[in-house]
Design a protein around this ligand. Structure first.
Ligand code: PAF
Length: 297
């Protein structure tokens, strides 16, 4: 496995392989790799000839009050995982490589970036959109894989790839969960034992929402109430949002439609957790399933 740290070497490697007709798969990450990343890497490995994983803790997607300086960076463990999984290149650019002196350009996807996570973290998605675009320009993948856990991020990446004709196929893979339903995330290690016990309530709330929708409930206010009730049993959890939305625009719905996603974010102590579930209305074949989001419902 090669470790590449500069933009020039990364671009040259990709150019050489593309000329030979090799298909390049790409899993962008911020490191602290867990089983969710492993499943993206394995899927990409099966679908492409060559595989690049980037490890870059992107400063521009953190606000000044967030955890940039303490974000976990177990680089030796991450490289070992990549090696075991047959990754060809670990791209580990420095901040100077990604944002050299004089860097000015940002990529903004205004509507998708402003709601939900974007409302709580105002510059977050501009940082994500900019870094993902730059990574795509350097790695030049045919296929890039993202986890469904970050549903809004995946939707925004799809949108920018479409708008800018980047020519990258985006595959969004099913959220990998702990046995009790908690969605895997590099930040779960911050949870204390008590917080960890409460954390699965977020996925249980979403499941409760999905259950009543499948049972025929269509009134969004009632569904949101049911999701909140699941979490009310734990006063230590603060709900930021539990919303019934359109799968593409992420606009809140007033009545459940056939392309619905349930989005949730909670705070437990200092930790924010996010999760989501796609809902397929019984009897309707969702376009989402056809467009190969891995998880239907
Ligand atoms: O999901 C992440 O790990 C990051 O937001 C990404 C896509 C690697 C961009 O920094």
């Amino acid at each position: 496995m090669k470790i590449i740290r500069t933009a020039r070497f990364m671009a040259a490697w990709s150019e050489r392989l593309r000329r030979k007709g090799v298909t390049i798969g790409f899993v962008p990450t911020m490191g602290a790799l867990h089983d969710g990343h492993r499943s993206l890497i394995r899927t990409a490995r099966l679908r492409c000839d060559a595989l690049v994983v980037s490890i870059f803790v992107n400063p521009s997607q953190f606000s000044p009050t967030e955890d940039l300086s303490t974000y976990p960076r177990p680089i030796a463990r991450d490289r070992a995982l990549c090696l075991r999984e047959g990754v060809d290149v670990c791209f580990e650019p420095t901040a100077q490589t990604m944002y050299p002196q004089g860097f000015q350009t940002t990529v903004i996807v205004p509507a998708l970036a402003s709601r939900w996570e974007g409302a709580a973290r105002p510059h977050h998605f501009t940082g994500v959109a900019t870094v993902v675009t730059k990574l795509f320009c350097l790695v030049r993948p045919h296929l890039a894989l993202f986890g469904q856990k970050d549903y809004q991020q995946a939707t925004l990446v799809r949108q920018l790839v479409h708008d800018l004709n980047l020519g990258v196929t985006i595959q969004v893979c099913t959220t990998v969960r702990e046995r009790d339903g908690l969605a895997m995330s590099s930040r779960n290690i911050y949870l204390s034992a008590d917080e960890r016990r409460l954390a699965p309530l977020l996925s249980r709330a979403l499941q409760a929402g999905r259950r009543v929708i499948k049972g025929g409930m269509r009134d969004v206010a009632a569904i949101e109430r049911i999701m909140r009730q699941t979490i009310k049993q734990a006063p230590a959890i603060h709900v930021e949002y539990l919303a019934v939305c359109d799968q593409d625009s992420l606009e809140p719905l007033s009545v459940v439609a056939d392309r619905t996603v349930l989005l949730g974010a909670v705070r437990i102590g200092a930790i924010r957790l996010i999760d989501n579930l796609l809902v397929q209305i019984p009897g309707k074949k969702s376009r989402a399933t056809r467009r190969s989001w891995d998880q239907g419902a």
